[in-house]
Design a protein around this ligand. Structure first.
Ligand SMILES: Nc1nc2c(c(=O)[nH]1)N[C@H]1C(S)=C(S)[C@@H](COP(=O)(O)OP(=O)(O)OC[C@H]3O[C@@H](n4cnc5c(=O)[nH]c(N)nc54)[C@H](O)[C@@H]3O)O[C@H]1N2
Ligand SMILES: Nc1nc2c(c(=O)[nH]1)N[C@H]1C(S)=C(S)[C@@H](COP(=O)(O)OP(=O)(O)OC[C@H]3O[C@@H](n4cnc5c(=O)[nH]c(N)nc54)[C@H](O)[C@@H]3O)O[C@H]1N2
Ligand SMILES: [Mo]
Length: 550
């Protein structure tokens, strides 16, 4: 997020697009509702009638995968009606003319054809957004999990920029990050293109810097994205994997393909706090400790770095992730396989502990250089925090951008990879419910949560249910080109005609057996939010009659 969570209440207008905030970020959702109570106007753009729609001034119900057209059209209206912030555009952005040309034909009438949102509603949204002194954008997976995910984010950045909403309170461009420490993981370089702190691994200066710090030779070639690995295994480019804290058998699109790939690996190591579906395939399982059983820091969605303290010891043989990595590294050194890891003599005698790792982070990345455990004991700090006296930076881009001027991008809308046809007439979108977390390895162990959200279902519009000849509560078979599952149907007007929704939490009807693994060409995220499916009444298998002769 460019802006802090507490600042949400200072906004005049909020555009929540592709984020079911009250279910997936309930605390942030509460702040949004508080802002509405204080008079802020809320625009929700979501194909489903999510709970936030009840508090919205305007609900744009676009067809899935059409956000690029919707946002470009809002920008078109803003420029057409002269509502843009000319001073901000002139002083702080570049590439305006190319951008203007790119949205010149994106009229509301054109966008209505693509998105299904009435042209008048697009005009109203554009006027509301551009008319506010402080307008914030909040987006999540409804925007990013598409083959056009990167373009969608760039389009939203354009909208924030031409209205001058980056670098001030109660505004900003705010991706709501999913896990407690996913921001920290990105910051630390859990991405094949970057060293820690977004320093590119193909930048010779960065390679030299990190080779110096770590005392090893480093490749300057970006690695593979997680979503590219299944194909790389199947065509022989990857032979071994060490998976920490992920359950891709259930969480990666096109699960059948993922399973085939993982089964082909020469060696699979899985490090998890539970024996997951993925761990069941592993040659070696390393039992890890949970967040409450270890030391360290987490960086939350607003870039706030906070201390995590061990509250209880890990059970049985479980160890915290850092200790496991240290133990494997020590064994590699002891058995002479250590040539690819650090030559730092200290490493051989004293494996790093969480505070030393933190010191290394602050030495590697200028944006955290001013942080220390000592300062964090006094309270959290928000990066960038470049020196010891720096108070941290809750709002990014006040007065300037790291690259100087912000780049407006010319985005042309392209539709999803797989569209409905005669055989698969419906669009499937997948996502979450309040009471379950992803593949359920953690939440499905809680009886309270299971009671609240006990099983899979598919949400379907009454008209589509009529066409398919199914009634609320019936067991149906949902099939795509990649797989099929059986689950009960929930008939509801919450979802638009032509679209069905399945939460991906449930192994007994795993939504990812159906989803499309087509990737965004830039960031390689899979299109989990759109694929073509059909829904039929499930025909129960006849119970086999035993002909045993006694
Ligand atoms: N309870 C709970 N909370 C969670 C999680 C969880 O598993 N359970 N997971 C966490 C994680 S890691 C993440 S990333 C976040 C995800 O948080 P969200 O992105 O909010 O969750 P989703 O349910 O995946 O999808 C959000 C919305 O996108 C809409 N949508 C679908 N297709 C489109 C489209 O084409 N365009 C637009 N604009 N919207 C579309 C859906 O209707 C849905 O309302 O949640 C985090 N919080
Ligand atoms: N169809 C569809 N698929 C999706 C999505 C979608 O919207 N639709 N969303 C995608 C998104 S945004 C996400 S983030 C992914 C999530 O996908 P995953 O990350 O694969 O899902 P989780 O179930 O959260 O798995 C996390 C694992 O980490 C383990 N774990 C927890 N704490 C620790 C720890 O401290 N150490 C270790 N070693 N392990 C730990 C848990 O037991 C669990 O098995 O799913 C993606 N897949
Ligand atoms: Mo996520």
């Amino acid at each position: 997020m460019t802006n802090p969570i507490n600042g949400i209440v200072d906004g005049e207008v909020m555009l929540v697009i592709g984020s079911n905030t009250t279910e997936t970020h309930p605390i942030i959702g509460l702040r949004m509702l508080e802002a509405v109570k204080k008079g802020a106007r809320l625009i929700v753009a979501d194909p489903r009638r999510i709970t936030l729609c009840d508090s919205a001034k305007l609900w744009l119900q676009q067809r899935p995968g059409t956000d690029g057209a919707l946002i470009n059209s809002m920008c078109h209206v803003i420029l057409r009606d002269g509502l843009e912030d000319r001073k901000y555009i002139g002083e702080r952005t570049e590439n305006f003319e190319a951008f203007r040309t790119s949205v010149a034909d994106c009229t509301p009438a054109w966008a209505e054809q693509i998105t299904g949102v009435p042209a008048a509603a697009i005009e109203e949204a554009a006027h509301l957004f551009a008319g506010a002194g402080r307008a914030g954008i909040y987006y999540t997976m409804g925007i990013t999990q598409h083959t056009s995910g990167t373009d969608n984010v760039c389009a939203l950045a354009n909208l924030a920029l031409i209205t001058g909403n980056l670098g001030k309170e109660g505004a900003g461009l705010n991706p709501l990050r999913g896990q407690n420490n996913v921001q920290g993981a990105s910051d630390m370089g859990c991405n094949p293109t970057f060293f820690p702190g977004y320093q590119r691994c193909d930048d010779p200066a960065a390679v030299k810097k990190f080779a110096g710090i770590w005392g090893v030779g480093l490749s300057d070639r970006p690695g593979l994205m997680a979503t590219e690995i299944p194909d790389a295994i199947l065509d022989g480019r990857v032979a071994g994997m060490w998976i920490m804290g992920e359950n891709p058998i259930l969480s990666d699109p096109n699960s059948d393909h993922v399973r085939k790939a993982l089964e082909k690996l020469e060696i699979l190591v899985v490090q998890d706090i539970f024996l997951t579906e993925t761990a069941e395939l592993a040659d070696v399982v390393l039992p890890a400790a949970s967040f409450a059983e270890k030391e360290g820091t987490f960086t939350n969605t607003e870039r706030k770095v906070q201390r995590v303290r061990r509250a209880v010891p890990p059970p049985g043989e479980a160890r915290d992730d850092l200790s496991i990595i240290n133990m494997v590294a020590a064994r590699m050194l002891a058995t002479g396989h250590g040539h690819t890891i650090s030559t730092d003599p200290v490493f051989h005698t004293v494996p790093p502990l969480a505070p030393e790792v933190f010191d290394e982070i602050t030495a590697c990345w200028p944006a955290m250089a001013g942080m220390s455990y000592r300062r964090l004991e006094q309270g959290p700090l928000v990066w960038p925090c470049p020196d010891e006296d720096h108070p941290g930076t809750p709002i990014l881009h006040v007065g300037g951008f790291p690259r100087g001027r912000a780049l407006l991008s010319a985005i042309t809308w392209e539709g999803p990879d797989e569209l409905p046809d005669e055989e698969y007439p419906l669009v499937l979108t997948t996502g979450r419910v309040l009471y379950q977390y992803h593949t359920g390895t953690m939440t499905r162990r809680s009886q309270v949560l299971e009671d609240a959200a006990p099983g899979p279902y598919v949400e379907m519009n009454p008209e589509d249910a009529g066409t398919a000849g199914v009634r609320d509560g019936d067991e149906v078979r949902a099939s795509s080109r990649r797989g099929s599952i059986v689950l009960p149907v929930r008939v509801t007007g919450r979802i638009q005609k032509g679209l069905v929704f399945i939460p991906f939490h449930y192994r007994e009807a795993a939504a990812n057996l159906l989803t499309n693994d087509a990737l965004d060409p830039h960031c390689k995220i899979a299109e989990a939010k759109v694929c073509a499916v059909k829904i039929e009444k499930a025909v129960s298998e006849p119970t086999p009659i035993s002909l045993q002769v006694t």
